[in-house]
Design a protein around this ligand. Structure first.
Ligand SMILES: Nc1ncnc2c1ncn2[C@@H]1O[C@H](COP(=O)(O)OP(=O)(O)OP(=O)(O)O)[C@@H](O)[C@H]1O
Ligand SMILES: [Mg+2]
Length: 408
């Protein structure tokens, strides 16, 4: 098939599913999904690769499905990264302005951002993202675009996202073994935020929370800048596992019970309500009470939102969340989770679905696809049409250079 637009692909290598999304961009804002494939993922645990062969196989399957249906040959993808190894910091640096009478130059800005990114990292870690925040010139703070402002000192504030190099390389190797290059690796919640958040939320203060199978990833935005990112190794699969133990069923049955009967608010379920085990193959000696099931789920989610709230409070951010929380990822599909999150955090909450992309709407109209849609949007917004895999030098320069190439 003849395609006139640029092809951009996002690959979400998740703990429960691998999702490949291919889009065609024909104009600035005209992004159309032309192919989507999803396969169960069995080679990851908590966002990290534990079985290369299975992961490669699943990626290959999504690739051949998309290539056959779209009649294209895909060369590269934007790939998501998560896992407990991801750590983030806010950092800053102050440098003299090279020519105070001419004002801040772009070279000054680059030098200050680079200095702020020069973080001493252990040899097995690298920078994934350098996300500039605001600048200050002398005593004037909160400057978004400092170019041309006169003064003697320039301060740059940045949010740095780092990851463990072997864990990142595992994802890259799997994608490569499946026959694809990686354009860029993107922190999953940053990708998801591009898919589901509104500009005014990022402006007035909001947290994007992507509840996946193995991890819950979140990012706090204010004044349209990333202030805080975090990965917690608790996701929907922990809820399933609690159900397995508490209801004495198999994992498969627990997963079905969760989707069919669970509510995050046990109080909404009557004491007398019972449930039917989905598969009679393995007789369960466990309970049949729907309320018991919901209590198990509620407890785990209370723990999860308690962890998030505590972390935001510790970072001094709770009072800056003007718009509230946006929940996405498969875990956001759990019945009554929005209300539970509101109760546990005291903040307004909404469920975020992927937006700003057309074509195959029915295939991507679920929070499960937020990361993949966000990866495509990231590629459209920041894509450089070159493989960063071959020129990834790692460390500070890798992350910084990507910022630099975009900025200039
Ligand atoms: N209808 C539903 N009700 C409740 N939970 C659901 C529903 N649908 C999916 N889930 C849960 O969502 C989780 C998977 O979400 P998602 O596809 O976003 O994860 P992932 O991207 O594969 O994992 P991760 O991001 O942690 O690597 C699973 O725990 C699954 O049980
Ligand atoms: Mg995910």
């Amino acid at each position: 098939m003849n395609r006139s637009g640029e092809i951009i692909a996002g690959l979400d290598v998740g703990t429960t599913k691998i999702c490949l999304l291919v889009a065609e961009r024909t104009g600035e804002e005209d992004i159309r999904v032309i192919g989507a494939a999803i396969r169960p993922s069995e080679g990851l645990r908590k966002g990290e690769v534990v079985n290369v062969a299975r992961t490669v196989e699943a990626i290959k399957n999504t690739l051949s499905q998309v290539e056959n249906t779209c009649e294209i040959k895909l060369g590269s993808v934007y790939a998501g990264v998560t896992g407990a190894h991801v750590e983030s910091y806010n950092s800053r640096a102050i440098l003299p302005i090279s020519n105070p009478s001419a004002g801040v130059s772009r070279k000054d800005i680059a030098a200050a951002v680079e200095a702020a990114s020069r973080f001493s990292l252990p040899s097995d870690r690298e920078i994934l993202h350098v996300l500039p925040q605001e600048f200050a010139v002398d005593d004037r703070t909160g400057i978004v675009e400092p170019e041309g402002i006169k003064g003697s000192r320039l301060e740059a504030n940045v949010h740095l996202v780092t990851g463990r190099t072997p864990a990142i390389n595992d994802i890259l190797n799997c994608v490569q073994q499946a026959g694809l290059d990686v354009e860029e690796t993107v922190l999953q919640q940053l990708a998801s935020s591009l898919a589901v958040m509104r500009e005014e939320e990022q402006e007035s203060g909001a947290v994007l929370i992507d509840i996946g199978g193995g991890t819950t990833d979140y990012a706090f935005f204010r004044n349209s800048m990333v202030r805080h990112t975090r990965v917690i190794s608790v996701g929907g699969d922990h809820v399933t596992n609690d159900i397995r133990i508490g209801m004495r069923v198999l994992v498969r049955q627990a997963e079905e019970l969760k989707k069919k009967y669970a509510s995050a608010l046990a109080e909404r379920v009557g004491d007398e309500e019972t449930l039917t085990l989905p598969s009679p193959l393995v007789p369960s000696s466990g309970g049949r009470s729907r309320k018991t099931l919901c209590r198990i789920v509620e407890l785990r989610l209370m723990e999860l939102f308690g962890l998030i709230r505590g972390d935001l409070e510790k970072a001094g951010l709770l009072q800056n969340i003007g718009s509230g929380l946006v929940l996405t990822g498969g875990g956001a599909l759990l019945r009554d989770i929005r209300e539970l999150a509101e109760r546990e955090t005291g903040l307004p909450v909404r469920i975020g679905l992927p937006r700003g992309i057309c074509g195959l709407r029915e295939a991507i109209d679920s929070p499960v696809y937020s990361t993949a849609v966000g990866l495509v949007k990231y590629g459209c917004k920041w894509g450089m049409n070159q493989s960063t895999l071959t020129d990834r030098s790692g460390g500070v320069i890798g992350g910084f250079r990507r910022w630099l190439e975009r900025y200039f």
